[in-house]
Design a protein around this ligand. Structure first.
Ligand code: CTP
Length: 398
């Protein structure tokens, strides 16, 4: 997967540095060579000897190292790689990158490089959530720096939340995505996925049982063909794929805003199960039981995101694909839906309970285009996604 690729791995000073040792192995397993750089703080967590022994290469540690400078200057070191990976990236390292500081070897390499940079942050939850860190992350994203993680979970410091470094396998998948070359290389595709949550009050919401499995599979398949994927996802139970830009949202209104912000794009695939209605005026306080009887919820209609994007005059993606979940007269209903929504294709499926498709691992779909209905055999959701991604690649190529 990574044969012949040369990775410059910068290991920052965090407890997650031990995972960087595993990461070196996994990258090598995929055929990559790793040139390691260890920050001063990183040396407090892993030794230069273990990093160097695993990498099978000298570990770079000092900005003013005469021997290293004579062999390979730091400017050349920063540019000889196909990709620079920072794992773990501490809050301090992220802040230095955002400010353009260059006061040690790692930050100097990051400022001097003209190769793509992938960052795997790892820090305490509060540090991750701090406005300063979030500002730095936004700055780096705007500069084109890619991120993988952090994940949420229990942390070494005893706190719980986002801040844990992505696992080595996830980082390897994100590295692989950087090198993916395929028929969708250079194409930007927006994918919506998962359910939406429509708030009733701060602790209650209306939702549906979409797992996000099919949307996630589509995003992964498009990524595998080389597309740059913006994955706008409601609160799904399936984890989003690595190597795509994940935009988490809760409600239909948030999903619509995120989709519009992600345009222009070459194509958009709407696999989300968007709630048709929201509570007209969600309470900002928790609703209490009352002697006056049951609360009455008034509903407002949510925007139809697929229809809105399909009817855009400026910024309409070249190919707009919707999904249709039907329980009867699938072809007729989906054909009518394609015209009503104004999209190019509808991927229709029969979700009546007897099919076992809803919540299952397989899907049997009918692709509705302007030339008619094409029935695909029943197959795994990932295979449906792969077939659809290939069709999208063919359509964008023609
Ligand atoms: N969709 C959307 N925004 C909505 C509702 C649906 O973008 N507010 C998209 C879905 O992501 C899917 C397609 O529209 O791609 C079809 O959704 P579906 O629920 O089947 O269509 P509805 O318009 O709700 O039609 P009906 O419920 O009457 O079958």
């Amino acid at each position: 997967m990574l044969a012949g690729k040369h990775i410059l791995l910068i290991i920052g000073g965090g407890i997650a540095a031990y995972k960087a040792l595993e990461l070196i192995r996994r990258l090598q397993d995929q055929g990559a060579s790793v040139a390691p750089v260890l920050t001063k703080a990183g040396e407090e967590f892993v030794t230069p000897l273990s990093v160097s022994a695993l990498a099978g290469a000298p570990v770079h540690r000092d900005l003013f190292d005469l021997t290293a400078e004579a062999e390979m200057g730091h400017i050349q070191l920063s540019r000889s790689a196909d990709l620079v990976v920072v794992a773990p990236a501490t809050a301090d390292l992220v802040a230095k990158m955002a400010q353009g500081l260059a006061n040690d070897l790692a930050s100097t390499l990051l400022l001097a490089t003209d190769t793509p940079v992938l960052v795997a942050p790892a820090m305490n939850v509060r540090m991750w959530e701090h406005a300063a860190t979030q500002r730095n992350i936004a700055t780096l994203k705007a500069d084109g720096i890619r991120f993988v993680g952090p994940n949420a979970g229990g942390m070494a410091c005893g706190e719980f939340g986002p801040g844990r470094m992505a696992e080595p396998d996830e980082i390897v998948a994100a590295v692989a995505a950087e090198f993916r070359d395929g028929p969708l290389s250079g194409k930007r595709i927006v994918v919506t996925s998962g359910p939406t949550h429509e708030p009733i009050d701060p602790v209650r919401y209306i939702a549906n049982s979409s797992s996000g499995a099919q949307g996630t599979a589509v995003a992964r398949a498009l990524r595998d063909l080389g597309a740059e994927v913006v994955f706008v996802t409601g609160p799904a139970t399936v984890r989003p794929p690595e190597g795509v830009e994940v935009v988490p949202v809760e409600s239909a209104l948030e999903m619509q805003a995120a989709v519009e912000a992600a345009l222009p794009a070459d194509a958009a695939v709407f696999a989300a199960a968007v709630a048709d209605w929201r509570v007209a005026s969600a309470s900002d306080r928790k609703l209490k039981k009352s002697k006056d009887g049951l609360p009455t919820l008034e509903f407002a209609e949510n925007p139809d995101i697929l229809k809105t994007v399909s009817h855009m005059t400026a910024n309409r993606p070249g190919l707009v694909v919707g999904f249709a979940a039907e329980t009867n007269d699938v072809v007729d209903n989906a054909t009518a839906k394609r015209l009503r929504k104004g999209c190019d294709w509808i991927v229709a499926n029969d979700v009546s309970p007897a099919t076992g498709i809803m919540g299952g691992s397989e899907n049997a779909v009918i692709l509705i285009t302007d030339t008619g209905a094409e029935e695909w055999p029943r197959m795994a959701k990932q295979e449906v996604a792969g077939k659809l991604a290939n069709r999208i690649a063919a359509a964008l190529d023609s």
